[in-house]
Design a protein around this ligand. Structure first.
Ligand SMILES: [Zn+2]
Ligand SMILES: [Zn+2]
Length: 333
């Protein structure tokens, strides 16, 4: 019998556009499930992979790590997921469980981790396979393409947000795209005052942030009239770190939510003095995901999405690159 074929958008090397290929539908390994992809979000990290800023991709690669889909087959060792189950697949695709980070409950830092859509194939395809242990079983309410951005923009935003002192009230978000538009809804539900910084002059994103309840909106060079208790930087621009420190109150924290940033310019120690801190957030743990979807049972979050068919992935990526996507871009199979 001929193997079943699927359409996939395939990355073959830095600087090359994705190519629409027909490939055999992948078979699950013994710890994996096969998933019929409903939708896959496009994350800024995908751009860092395509641009060679993340230097170790599997090649050729099917990108994409914000996957919503239905399990169609299970491997021999998989006992807690059945076919027909709706699942979400995030960036963290596998950890070893035995390295020192895994043993310290820091699986997000695992020495032997595999990442969906980077070191293992992801969701820019009609089917994918994923390690069952790292899939999130989702309830029916997420059975739609608009849920895809929750799997990274939502999750990484949430992990970044959890690094903030719960007593913080004034919270800055630099870069108001896929992650910030989800996180602001969670922060608002917890009575936080959100200060949304967009690219200078990006009035459309500023209006979008205001519509979602931002207390203050402005360009990233604008200085709000209140000091911030904490900030999360989602834009991959290193020059935002000194600026965010400048806007920060004593004892506050600047959290860098992205996996890649341009070089950070030198800055005066004054900006860090008085117990201000800067930290990054790397990947996520499976537990972050469980906590996140738990929180969503009581906090309603609406994602703003722009849908593209799979074969328009290159066009969608160009729009994201130019800052022309309001909210999140999602490929729908
Ligand atoms: Zn490990
Ligand atoms: Zn991502």
């Amino acid at each position: 019998m001929d193997k079943m074929l699927m359409k996939a958008m395939v990355f073959s090397g830095k600087g090359k556009p994705l190519a629409l290929n027909e490939l055999p539908v992948p078979e699950p390994g013994e710890d994996q499930v096969q998933i019929k992809v409903i939708a896959c979000g496009i994350c800024r990290t995908d751009l860092h992979v395509l641009d060679g800023e993340l230097t170790q991709p599997k090649l050729p690669l099917i990108p994409g790590h914000e996957i919503i889909g239905i399990v169609t087959k299970t491997g021999n060792n998989v006992s807690d997921i059945e076919t027909g189950q709706l699942v979400g697949v995030p960036w963290l695709g596998y950890t070893c469980g035995t390295c020192k980070y895994c043993r310290r409950d820091k699986e997000n830092l695992c020495e032997n981790a595999k990442f969906t859509g980077y070191t293992i194939d992801g969701g820019y395809a009609e089917y994918t396979v994923a390690y069952a242990k790292y899939c999130f079983k989702l309830s029916k309410q997420y059975n739609n393409a608009a849920s895809a951005p929750l799997l990274c923009a939502g999750l990484i935003g949430f992990r970044s947000y959890r690094m903030i002192d719960p007593a913080a009230t004034n919270i800055g978000m630099y870069g108001f795209g896929a992650a910030a538009h989800i996180l602001i809804q969670i922060a608002k539900a917890q009575n936080k005052k959100v200060f949304a910084f967009t690219r200078d002059g990006d009035l459309q994103s500023q209006q979008f942030a205001r519509g979602l309840g931002a207390y203050w909106v402005g360009g990233s060079s604008d200085i709000p009239d209140e000091k911030l208790d904490a900030s999360i930087i989602f834009a991959p621009a290193g020059e935002l770190i000194p600026k965010a420190l400048q806007d920060l109150d004593k004892g506050g924290t600047v959290i860098c939510g992205g996996i890649h940033m341009s070089e950070i310019p030198a800055f005066s120690y004054d900006l860090l003095w008085e117990e201000r801190s800067v930290r990054s957030v790397a990947n996520l743990t499976h537990e972050d995901g469980l906590n996140f979807f738990d929180l969503l049972k009581t906090t309603t979050v609406h994602t703003q999405t722009e849908f593209f068919p799979l074969n328009k992935a290159n066009e969608a990526i160009q729009k994201l690159r130019k800052g022309q996507i309001k909210g999140a871009a999602v490929l729908v199979m």
